[in-house]
Write a protein that binds this ligand. Structure first.
Ligand code: AMP
Length: 219
């Protein structure tokens, strides 16, 4: 008898959770239980031999890197911010937003010679962006509501995720420069890719078919 190995998948809780569940459902991999979950964090799909776990975005890569889950579904923002080892295998196309440099509407960020202060929840992304530009800035790590930092005078600008742009607008801020696009990705633990090659490739193929279908429908 063929020994089918169990695959564990970590889904990011919150913003991309519903679209990730929809994607797996369309691919014929049942995880509908997640949507009626209450406080439960682990779900077993016995038919496909898959366990789903729900975790916070920054923890997805920790679980994937340590190999306690084989696959992670997480935003590109998290991949860019964390320096972890994994294979990025699919751009899932949903959870689209962008990293932008933004600041007060009526201020000229690019004028003057003073060292600019940048507030952000993503210090590595911000540092990397300004390093590539050769611009020396001070990065100030903020845990939430980064938009407040330039309003209160803590920073000249922010590096943050922009989706609709409404949060910036409502706080009198504008985008100075877009840094990069973001969407949800599928990542795989490096050892699992070898040890559970067939099982993981089957999941990737089933999801890839759904991505292609969606792209064709949109074109
Ligand atoms: P919006 O007003 O639609 O442009 O959304 C921007 C606000 O939502 C900012 O405070 C962002 O930090 C936050 N945000 C938007 N999308 C995401 C995301 N995918 N992950 C984390 N935060 C996000």
């Amino acid at each position: 008898m063929v020994n089918v190995k169990r695959v564990k998948i970590a889904l990011t809780k919150g913003r991309i959770e519903k679209e990730a569940v929809d994607m797996f459902q369309r691919a014929g991999i049942d995880c509908s239980e997640i949507m009626n979950k209450g406080r439960k964090l682990i779900f077993h799909n016995l038919k496909d031999n898959i366990d789903f776990v729900l975790v916070k975005a920054p923890d997805v890569l920790t679980y994937v890197e340590h190999g306690v889950v084989d696959i992670g579904i997480v935003g590109k923002d998290t991949l860019l911010e964390q320096n972890k080892n994994f294979y990025e295998v699919l751009d899932l196309g949903f959870g689209q937003c962008k990293f932008s440099l933004a600041g007060p509407k009526n201020s000229d960020f690019y004028s003057g010679y003073n060292r600019k202060k940048i507030a952000t929840k993503y210090p590595n992304v911000a540092r990397d962006y300004f390093r590539k530009l050769g611009q020396d800035v001070e990065i100030i790590k903020i845990e939430g509501s980064v938009e407040l930092a330039p309003i209160l005078g803590l920073a000249d600008a922010i590096v943050d995720i922009v989706e609709t742009g409404n949060t910036l607008k409502e706080n009198g801020l504008v985008v100075y420069k877009d840094i990069c696009k973001i969407s949800a990705r599928m990542v795989v633990n490096m050892a699992s890719m070898k040890m559970k090659k067939n099982e993981i490739q089957k999941i990737i193929n089933r999801v890839q078919i759904q991505i292609d279908k969606k792209e064709r429908a949109l074109s």
